[in-house]
Write a protein of this length. Structure first.
Lengths: 74, 141
């Protein structure tokens, strides 16, 4: 793993992506990302959340026709 | 459950109504092919079943029918992975979950997108997405 020390307003470039330190606080670092539109930029947790949501969506013991009826009534 | 018919017809020269998911979907990376099923009794829901790898079955709904005006911009990388262009009509499906509380939610943040011309699908996470992973669909009865 590459490790850099950066101060406020300093940046790192990864290919076409710029990662800039905007603020350093006691509990966190605020980063600004400039990336081309074809690069996906997300908090890492979003992938864990989607994986967890997919797992809970799969193989549920629900009655789909009852659910469909309730949705059609809406 | 009523017998459900495939939603997406097999393209000419193919004998399966399978949609290929080259990356699987998060949590089910080994599932590379799914079929999308619908029936009158199931409407407005549809079902997505894996036909490869571990058994996985999901219920889903068109996100535009949940939230009129629903719209996400796909990245050029996502379009390339779907072998699609900006002009390709795509099928959007949001996964439905019955929570432990009985509340029914729908994942509008990371929809399944299918290119029906190429029968390729992918779960996308649009960069500009502000839609919730658990959007309330029905309250617990």
């Amino acid at each position: 793993m590459l490790v850099f020390t950066r101060r406020r307003n300093q940046a790192i470039r990864i290919g076409d992506v710029e990662v800039r330190v905007l603020r350093v606080g006691r509990d966190g670092v605020r980063l600004g990302i400039v990336a081309p539109p074809d690069v996906a930029v997300h908090r890492e947790e979003i992938y864990d959340e989607i994986r967890a949501a997919n797992r809970s969506a799969a193989g549920q013991s629900l009655n789909p026709e009852d659910l469909a009826t309730r949705l059609r009534r809406q | 459950m009523t017998l459900a018919a495939p939603v997406l017809p097999a393209p000419a020269g193919r004998n399966l109504d399978a949609v290929s998911f080259p990356d699987g979907i998060p949590g089910f990376e080994a599932c590379r092919r799914f079929v999308v099923l619908a029936s009158d009794a199931l409407a407005p829901l549809q079902r997505i079943d894996s036909i490869d790898g571990p058994a996985a079955s999901f219920f889903c709904i068109n996100p535009s029918s949940v939230l009129p005006g629903y719209s996400c911009r796909l990245s050029t990388a996502d379009l390339q992975r779907l072998d699609a262009t900006e002009q390709t009509p795509l099928v959007w499906l949001a996964l439905v979950t019955v929570e432990a509380t009985g509340t029914v939610s729908v994942n509008l943040r990371a929809p399944i997108v299918i290119n029906p011309e190429r029968m390729i699908g992918r779960q996308v996470v649009p960069n500009d997405g502000t839609y919730p992973i658990r959007h309330l669909l029905l309250r617990a009865e």
